[in-house]
Design a binder for this molecule. Structure first.
Ligand SMILES: [Zn+2]
Length: 439
């Protein structure tokens, strides 16, 4: 092997680029992960990455470096040990996805918020069990070259590196056609193993709480350390604890860690659990402007074919883009027709009426406890609300773009207060439903 290049080989597998660490190191890794004795594996001639002493430790990503210009940009991800990485490109919008085994991300909080050269931003996080993902937004169609794993040398930490090279849209399409740099992977994250719902084992109503975003999709962000995905998970956990303590409901979360869950999977979980009520939790943020800073408070959204207003339409567009942000293929735009047929269904099933009933109760219980926005009732075509059997709402807890909201969103006391108000609304809703049934 050549020096330098000897550290890694890259090959094209199934249209994506696979970067394999130096033979010795890679074998040692395989040996460890399968529990075999790796001592026979010839150690890599190059200096092993720092951290290899603590062999049981997770590999950590410790930094990134982006260099170059709008024609060729080199991306480096610094790692404590070599990993096998799969790199591929996606179109509509143009993105580069890097899949690696589960990493511990020790990157600065601001990492990826802005870019350089062809990179406009990037996100990262747990994509599925045992798999982390980096999603790099690029400003133009690109192809990937010179993907290698470079061991630590001369004070430069070990890193995975690759070049993004600008090409035109026609070439991107041609490469995709030829399969040489085929557009992405069609693989969607496997449904996570969920225990079969103890459906109707008890007569208790089933509540599914859906904390939005997760993993490589942080949702709205503010400052160096506040992300929507963490705020909504905290509120969801508080709400679950309150509801579970009442022993009146079976309560499920669509995610209980910082992991990506596709919108499709959230809907599937709602069906699988046999949800009687589905509550999706989010936080909004408006783009920087004087007006944006003054808009605050909670808003409750229900499903509609046509958005109630422009703000609602734009918000639905943003929330519906969650899968794209996490590096999934754009889905064929079934969009509006889909909503229309579900709406017909909803009318028949009265699900929409129940959603509205719950929305009204929720507004009432939030009032006085949590600041409401000026128009707290809005509607739009949110994918996660396309449920024909289950009454559902999407609750935007407030605005990251507002200083007062931002300060509250991060405190556990405020999070508990919101959770308590939602729990009161749930109690009222099922009391009314029960009374209705007995009439
Ligand atoms: Zn959201």
């Amino acid at each position: 092997m050549h020096r330098g290049l000897g550290a890694a080989a890259s090959l094209i597998v199934g249209g994506s680029l696979l970067v394999v660490a130096a033979a010795g190191t890679a074998l040692a890794q395989v040996g460890r992960s399968t529990g075999q004795d790796a001592s026979s594996a010839r150690p890599a001639t190059s200096v092993p990455a720092p951290g290899s002493a603590g062999e049981t430790q997770r590999v950590a990503a410790t930094g990134t470096r982006i260099e170059g210009d709008g024609e060729r940009t080199r991306f480096r991800l610094e790692l404590t040990r070599p990993v096998v990485a799969q790199i591929f490109v996606l179109g509509a919008p143009y993105r580069v996805v890097v899949d690696v085994p589960d990493l511990e991300f020790k990157l600065p909080a601001s990492a990826g918020r802005s870019g350089h050269g062809l990179v406009s931003a990037f996100r990262y996080g747990l994509f599925a069990a045992g798999k982390s993902r980096l999603v790099i937004d690029v400003t133009a169609p690109v192809l990937i070259e010179n993907a290698t794993f470079v061991p630590a040398h001369h004070g430069i930490p070990a890193h995975l590196a690759f070049d993004l090279v600008r090409i035109d849209a026609a070439k991107f399409a041609a490469l995709k056609q030829s399969g040489q740099q085929r557009e992405g992977t069609l693989e969607r994250p496997q449904p996570r193993a969920t225990p079969p719902a103890p459906k109707r084992a008890s007569a208790r109503p089933v509540i599914v709480i859906d904390p939005g975003h997760g993993g490589p999709d942080p949702g709205a962000v503010a400052g160096p350390d506040l992300a929507e995905k963490n705020v909504v998970l905290a509120v969801a956990r508080q709400l679950k604890a309150i509801l579970a303590a009442s022993r009146r409901y079976d309560v499920h979360l669509t995610r209980n860690e910082d992991v990506f869950v596709s919108l499709e999977e959230r809907l599937r979980l709602s069906r699988q659990y046999g949800a009687d009520l589905f509550i999706s939790l989010h936080v909004d943020a408006l783009a920087e402007s004087d007006a944006a800073r003054s808009v605050r408070g909670a808003t409750i959204y229900t499903l509609s074919e046509r958005a109630s207003d422009e703000t609602a339409r734009r918000l639905a567009e943003k929330e519906n883009a969650s899968d794209l942000l996490a590096g999934l293929e754009a889905q064929p735009a079934a969009g509006e027709d889909d909503v229309r047929s579900i709406l017909v269904d909803l009318i028949r099933r009265e699900t929409a009426n129940f959603s509205t009933q719950f929305r009204n109760l929720l507004t009432d219980r939030l009032k006085g406890r949590v600041a409401l926005s000026r128009e707290p009732h809005r509607s739009a075509a949110f994918k996660v609300l396309k449920q024909s059997e289950t009454p559902c709402v999407l609750l935007e807890l407030g605005y990251m773009s507002n200083a007062e909201d931002q300060a509250r969103l991060r405190t556990p006391e405020w999070q508990r207060q919101v959770a308590q108000a939602v729990a009161l609304a749930i109690d009222a809703y099922f009391a009314e439903r029960l009374a209705g049934n007995q009439r």
